[in-house]
Design a protein. Structure first.
Length: 405
């Protein structure tokens, strides 16, 4: 069963998931260092060298493993941009590796170890050496340094008298193991960085989702309250004028204000619960009533309203609501408004709203239409606004839909 990077992050879980994965990576390198110590121990038991030789190799191998672990950890921090480049450790590690390679060649040339001892000695040394510098340096410089040290070690082994078959074996093993260890070290650092970037991206995605939901909620409240508050203000002003004249119609308008206020409360509760949708027929009827109450002659062409899919009707309902609010709040002395629902092709709904009285902002910016444009991008719709001759403002909403198979 394959495990993706996303699944791995889910299994790590929590805010400390990336840090835990980094600890796992460093722990695996610690195990690699212990493996090097173990291999040098095996080499000491299998070698025919005398005690001083074995002790020297044992100490150098242990120091090499410790420096390897320290360099790998520092290289990982630098690779993750959490620390400086460990230049001194790279230099010390390289020097120690060259010293150990030279010591092996001297031991062979002086007869202190045999051909098989130097072959395994050189392969293990170069294999473990290749990982940390490949991660600590840039890919090009790391590869160049690893290659130079590996070639120098193998050339030194040949010059020290390593016979042809053993030299071929050492070269063949090194050609495979040295690049493998260098690539594995680089890949380990890359995987840790990928996990951290993925976790950061998910956190950013969560924040964006919250911000998007806040914007949606704000748009919904604006759409719900904008028109209703405009009607409340209009009717309250009218009722106040009638009351000052002592006319009984003022009471009727205040009752209407009370009804609209209660309706607004219900709609706000629906928005908060996330269940609210705009009904196209209700919005068209409401728009006519509101505009006519404001003294604006409203004409509506229903067209193919009944044949449209529910989601398209809901989206057009929001267009009617926001467009009506736009006329009431931003049109200058509007006297008439038309709403025409049509089709542009077999699978595209078109709603055109026209009113006289140019808005305060001709481009539609600042009139609340920018939020409506964002809302229509969900179902793949578009919203355009333009000024027509004679001071006519036109709003056009175009929403496509897919026919049922």
């Amino acid at each position: 069963m394959s495990v993706s990077v996303e699944d791995l992050v889910e299994r790590l879980g929590g805010r400390d998931g990336p840090e835990r994965y980094r600890r796992y990576a460093v722990g695996s390198v610690g195990f690699l260092a212990l493996t090097e110590v173990g291999l040098w121990t095996i080499w000491m038991f299998q070698s025919d060298g005398d005690a001083p030789v074995l002790a020297t190799v044992g100490v150098l191998g242990a120091v090499h493993a410790v420096v390897q672990f320290m360099l790998w950890r520092s290289a990982l921090r630098h690779y993750l941009t959490a620390g400086p480049r460990p230049t001194l450790l790279v230099a010390g590690y390289t020097s120690l590796t060259v010293i150990m390679a030279a010591a092996g060649c001297v031991l062979l040339s002086s007869g202190r170890i045999d051909d098989g001892d130097l072959t395994s000695y050189m392969v293990w040394l170069l294999m473990f050496w290749a990982g940390p510098p490949a991660l600590a340096l840039s890919p090009r410089r790391g590869a160049a340094l690893v290659a130079v040290v590996a070639v120098a070690g193998l050339v030194g082994a040949g010059a020290a008298g390593l016979p042809g078959p053993s030299l071929v074996l050492a070269v063949s093993a090194s050609v495979f193991m040295v690049p493998f260890m260098a690539a594995a070290s680089r890949a380990s650092g890359w995987s840790v960085r990928l996990i951290e970037q993925l976790a950061a991206a998910r956190e950013t995605q969560s924040r964006l989702a919250v911000a998007e939901e806040r914007l949606r909620f704000g748009r919904d409240l604006h759409d719900v309250l904008g028109r209703n508050l405009a009607v409340v203000a209009l009717k309250s002003e009218l009722a106040a004028q009638l009351a000052r004249r002592g006319l009984p119609e003022a009471e009727e308008h205040m009752v209407e204000v009370q009804r609209i206020a209660r309706e607004s409360q219900r709609e706000i509760r629906s928005v908060v619960r996330g269940y609210r949708t705009a009904d196209l027929h209700t919005e068209l009827v409401g728009a006519r009533s509101v505009l006519e109450a404001a003294g604006i002659d409203c004409r509506i062409e229903y067209g193919p309203a009944d044949r449209l899919p529910p989601d398209v009707q809901s989206a057009l309902g929001w267009v009617v609501r926001e467009g009506t609010t736009n006329v009431l709040r931003h049109a200058q002395a509007a006297t008439r408004c038309t709403m025409a629902l049509r089709t542009a092709g077999p699978t595209t709904a078109l709603l055109v709203m026209e009113n006289d009285g140019a808005p305060d902002t001709p481009s539609g910016g600042g009139t609340g239409l920018s939020g409506l444009r964002e809302r229509l991008t969900g179902p793949g719709g578009t919203l355009t606004t333009e000024q027509q001759p004679g001071g006519i403002f036109r709003l056009t909403a175009r929403i496509p839909w897919e026919e049922d198979a």
